[in-house]
Design a protein around this ligand. Structure first.
Ligand SMILES: Cc1ncc(COP(=O)(O)O)c(C=O)c1O
Length: 401
């Protein structure tokens, strides 16, 4: 979350005064309903469904798209483990693929990982960067599989002028505390497919007991769970959504200026970006020669008070730390675990060395977190610190823009 203030306080107070904290029922449109309408309009999607987390949004995105037990879903080895766990939660099988030098799912490896059982490709837009969607969609169309986007870390990002999350059959966003917009926790599904949306609605609302639109559903009810959003957070999110454009404008401008200041600096190069105009601006990825240089660079930058990070060391964002896959515990009980109950799951192997290019690409990236309100002086200070750190690191990093 980048910004929160009195407007959110007022929005929450309004809901409390109204004494209606539940999202369904009543004649007036609720905060959650209005949020969904506003989100769909702003993101250019036909339907949106607010839920209680990004993980829930991924689960409804998968169920909405019609993913079935035993289906294979291809995802990158660099994403939060929740992407893989959502696939397992719907009984499907995660198939891990390499990321490219920009740390996004590599369409070439996706092609290599497609099998008869593949039902979907799940590109993940990490740290506000967008995956290379066009070749992925082309491949998906050719092979008759779906694209389901994990845009949890990319609220507001876009690819060729169209929002990340709206390119595939379904898309999911996270509204947890660490994301572009936040209500503390939350998630959002977007889709242009009415059936996907309706299936998501059934799944997210146990028993669908409080809703008055059941008669209008074109799909049969099935046993769902409770991922409902609530009015307090719905009201906060409506204010947050109103802040989106301003947040993107400031982050993008700061990121662009920093990149301009670093361009051509000895020993510094940028990781490739699939749509430089479409990034949220949350981070700038610098690319160095190897892990040793990245470690040294990160240490030197830290000593100068700069906020760099090493994607390689980002814990459960890297598949080598996904013990639920490596140790084959895809559910609380083997009888509910697609890795044990389905042919595709039993055949799937997960090892720490299975994605060597992902590990190499991760090892070479140093991520610079962009400040929302950086002044021109602050950007200059960051640029100078990064330039100095690069100079002190032994050996010259390769250019790979
Ligand atoms: C890429 C990605 N996918 C899914 C999630 C899950 O979102 P949530 O924590 O809201 O359930 C996250 C959250 O960090 C994420 O970064």
């Amino acid at each position: 979350m980048y910004e929160i203030g009195e407007e959110e306080v007022e929005a929450v107070a309004r809901v409390i005064r109204r004494k209606k904290l539940f999202r369904y029922g009543g004649k007036e449109p609720t905060e959650c309903e209005l949020l969904e309408r506003e989100w769909a309009a702003q993101f250019g999607a036909a339907h949106a469904l607010a839920v209680n987390s990004g993980t829930s949004a991924l689960i409804v995105a998968l169920i909405g798209a019609g993913i079935e037990p035993g289906d294979e879903v291809i995802l990158p080895g660099y994403t939060f483990v929740a992407s893989a766990q959502a696939i397992l939660a719907v009984g499907a099988v995660p198939v891990l693929a390499e990321v490219d030098a920009g740390l996004m799912l590599d369409p070439k490896d996706v092609q290599a990982k497609l099998t008869q059982r593949t039902r979907a490709i799940m590109p993940v837009h990490m740290l506000g960067h967008v995956a290379d969607l066009e070749p992925m969609l082309k491949l998906a169309n050719e092979r008759g599989v779906m694209v389901i986007e994990d845009a949890c870390q990319c609220v507001g990002g876009s690819y060729r002028g169209k929002r990340a999350g709206t390119w595939g059959k379904t898309g999911a966003y996270s509204l947890n505390f660490y994301k572009v917009l936040s209500a503390g926790e939350g998630g959002m599904l977007v889709t242009n497919d009415k059936t996907a949306w309706q299936r998501g609605r059934v799944q997210h609302d146990t028993g669908t007991a409080w809703r008055d639109d059941i008669g209008q559903m074109q799909i049969p009810l099935f046993a769902g769970e409770n991922y409902r959003f609530d009015e307090l957070r719905g009201a906060v999110m409506r204010v947050q959504l109103g802040r989106l454009q301003s947040i993107l404008t400031r982050l993008r401008a700061a990121r662009k200026t920093l990149a301009q200041r670093l361009d051509g600096a000895p020993g510094l190069s940028f990781a490739p970006v699939h749509d430089p105009e479409g990034v949220t601006g949350a981070a700038l990825f610098l690319r160095v020669e190897n892990r040793e240089q990245a470690l040294a660079f990160h240490k030197l930058a830290g000593e100068r008070g700069l906020s760099t990070g090493l994607p390689y060391d980002s814990g459960r964002h890297v598949y080598t730390n996904w013990e639920v896959l490596l140790e084959r515990r895809g559910a609380y009980h083997p009888a509910r675990d697609p890795l044990h109950t389905t042919e595709a799951g039993r055949a799937q192997r997960y090892t720490k060395d299975m994605l060597p290019r992902t590990l190499e690409n991760l090892a070479r990236v140093v991520s610079v977190g962009i400040g929302l309100n950086w002044s021109a002086e602050e950007i200059e200070k960051q640029a100078e610190g990064l330039r100095q750190a690069a100079r002190e690191v032994q050996g010259a990093p390769v250019a790979s823009k």
